[in-house]
Design a protein around this ligand. Structure first.
Ligand code: NAD
Length: 369
């Protein structure tokens, strides 16, 4: 029997609540399929800081390297607002992303038919939406040097962030975009600002070069200025399939896209590294887009769908278990269609808790099996 080793990092706030729900779904697949899932857990974020004085221990990072995939809940909360900057809860997540070189961040934005009314956009604009934003995660403005605030001779201050990309950084994310498009509707839209940014000129050039020289001619490629892309995302989001963009624009555009789907509690994500040349193994971390939601922590009402759908992405992208991933997506969709709602997506009426939503999804898995 095949076996996959998952490192579970529940984190803080609602993180442990939604990972417990996801763990029940993992156990269901473990019982009903041909793959065994070995789950190890460790602390991250504020929970790790309280226990060890750091946001993630070296031992946990070592386990992350050894795991076949990482499932991450959420970190942070007011309790840790005053801890030293280098030990803030988010530092644990940033270290994992950096150490494992998780450069490709995949954020699907899917609008389930049953939730088309929950979006702030008109139903006909979002109903049936299924797009994927691919954000470069380890380069660009958030990491470029110099990055500083300096005091000038006259006492004024000057702040600098540096947008920087190299050819290999752009080429590897472009390849991921083309490969992903082939598993979907075969279209890539690359977004940058080549009209005003040198990094945008290089971005576009390298994307075209990879496209033309590496045999991706079967994929439809288009280019769009990132600001126009933002506008098109709310005007006519269904025109897109895969959007590939840099770290900063990706941060903004994926948050815009998240609102198309109705609730933060619905959005999964994956962060992937490059496949190892010898073993083919790629490091990967799956997490909901939402944070630790301190306002609802402990109430048992968090929506577990983003976390459960993150496990679905793990089945698809790390374990190659495509039919199981499709089945889980169908079960989520069917649970929603049957009226299952947590309070964040309930339109008045009765809302269920985290456990009941997981029950509803598992019941649909049972009937699909
Ligand atoms: P948040 O995503 O935690 O919450 C925003 C709002 O959405 C809240 O009203 C919350 O109740 C609601 N919400 C979020 N997830 C939900 C779910 N699954 N079900 C139902 N409702 C849900 O963002 P925030 O309030 O800005 O941040 C809270 C903490 O989380 C902060 O400490 C922040 O730094 C941290 N954070 C962590 C991550 C991460 O771990 N990757 C991401 C974002 C924010």
């Amino acid at each position: 029997m095949a076996s996959q080793n998952i490192l579970l990092l529940p984190g803080d706030g609602i993180g442990p609540e939604v990972t417990t729900a996801a763990q029940r779904v993992i156990n269901w697949f473990g019982k009903h399929g041909t793959t065994k899932f070995e789950i190890e857990s460790d602390l991250v974020g504020g929970a790790a800081y309280d226990a060890h004085g750091v946001a993630v221990t070296d031992a946990a990072v070592k386990r992350a390297f050894e795991a076949d995939a990482i499932l991450f809940g959420a970190v942070g909360g007011p309790k840790w607002d005053d801890v030293p900057y280098e030990h803030r809860p988010e530092a644990g997540l940033l270290r994992l992303r950096k150490d494992l070189d998780l450069f490709a961040n995949l954020r699907p934005a899917i609008c389930y038919p049953a939730l088309a009314n929950a979006s702030s956009l008109k139903k006909e604009v979002v109903e049936g939406l299924d797009i994927l934003i691919l954000r470069e995660l380890t380069g660009g403005t958030y990491f470029g040097e110099p990055k500083e605030i300096v005091t000038l001779e006259n006492g004024d201050k000057r702040a600098v962030d540096t947008q920087v990309y190299t050819t290999p950084e752009i080429a590897r994310i472009a390849r991921v975009a083309f490969e992903l498009a082939r598993t979907r509707s075969n279209k890539v839209t690359s977004m940058e600002k080549h009209n005003v940014m040198r990094s945008g000129v290089l971005w576009k050039e390298v994307v075209i070069n990879v496209y033309e020289t590496e045999g991706y001619g079967d994929v439809q490629l288009e280019h769009m200025l990132a600001d126009a892309g933002g506008m098109q995302l709310v005007r006519n989001p269904k025109q897109f399939d895969v959007i590939v963009t840099d770290n900063l624009f990706g941060d903004l555009l994926s948050d815009v896209a998240s609102m198309l789907t109705g609730s933060l509690g619905m959005l999964p994500s994956a962060s992937l590294g490059s496949p190892d040349e010898k073993t083919g193994k790629r490091y990967s971390l799956y997490e909901p887009v939402h944070g630790s939601a301190p306002d609802i922590t402990g109430k048992g009402i968090a929506n577990p769908i983003a976390m459960i759908a993150s496990f679905g992405m793990c089945l698809r992208y790390s374990f190659g278990m495509i039919s199981e991933a499709d089945m889980l997506d169908k079960a989520i969709s069917a649970a929603l269609a049957s009226g299952a709602r947590t309070s964040d997506i309930a339109d008045g009426g009765n809302a269920m808790g985290t456990t009941e939503m997981a029950d509803a999804i598992i019941a649909e898995l049972e009937s699909l099996a």
